[in-house]
Design a protein around this ligand. Structure first.
Ligand code: AMP
Length: 198
């Protein structure tokens, strides 16, 4: 059976992971959600050698190498227990976008349905990230939720964005959602869009 893939992109602090996980929770019989950041952090927590390599990138807000992230998403999609898969945090570079495009040509069991961009201003993103850092309990703060790393992560997000938007706009796959509204409204909007495309 073929899997229907939705990619969700957005700046750090856009809320993309929260939005997607709420939607998957609501429809757990047919939708599953994976966050690239969460999958990578899980590997870091496992204490593996690969996890140590990954942490050296995450802690500076840099992208992990292409082969690591491609393996991560491909095995998540292949092992997904249901047919509709939401992946947030991919692609984050032109190289990743092209790698997935090549992969999709070979794999006819995966259909890319849409790329959803959760759009927020840099100001809103920054307030949310610094708020998350301030609220985190001791020992639970993310190594990358600091003002210094925020600007690096924002730049890493913004640099390839125009190319990514153009690529998927040309394929008629880009769908932009306003991420500055309340969580409830954003989730409803995204959920309606996904439901009407599966
Ligand atoms: P996030 O939780 O989405 O903010 O991601 C946290 C960190 O994980 C990023 O700053 C990167 O270091 C790494 N990461 C997440 N997604 C990707 C990706 N698609 N490619 C490379 N690195 C990633």
């Amino acid at each position: 059976m073929s899997k229907k893939l939705f990619l969700i992109i957005g700046a750090p602090g856009s809320g993309k992971t929260t939005d997607a996980s709420l939607i998957a929770q609501k429809h757990s019989d047919k939708i599953v959600h994976y966050s690239t950041g969460d999958m990578l952090r899980a590997e870091v927590s496992s204490g593996s050698e690969l996890g140590q390599t990954i942490e050296s990138y995450i802690s500076r807000g840099a992208l992990v190498p292409l082969d690591i992230i491609v393996d991560t998403i491909v095995s998540a999609i292949d092992n997904a227990p249901v047919d509709v898969v939401l992946i947030d945090g991919y692609p984050r570079s032109v190289e990743q976008m092209e790698a997935l495009d090549e992969l999709l040509k070979e794999k006819d069991d995966i259909e890319l349905v849409s790329v959803i961009e959760v759009r927020v201003s840099e100001q809103v993103a920054k307030e949310r990230i610094l708020g998350r850092a301030a609220e985190a309990k001791e020992g639970e703060a993310r190594s990358d939720d600091s003002v210094e790393v925020f600007y690096d992560r924002m730049k890493v997000y913004t640099d390839p964005l125009a190319d990514i938007q153009k690529f998927y706009t040309d394929k008629n796959l880009l769908h932009v959602i306003d991420g500055e509204r309340t969580l409830e409204v954003i989730v409803e909007d995204m959920d309606n869009f996904i439901q009407s495309n599966i």
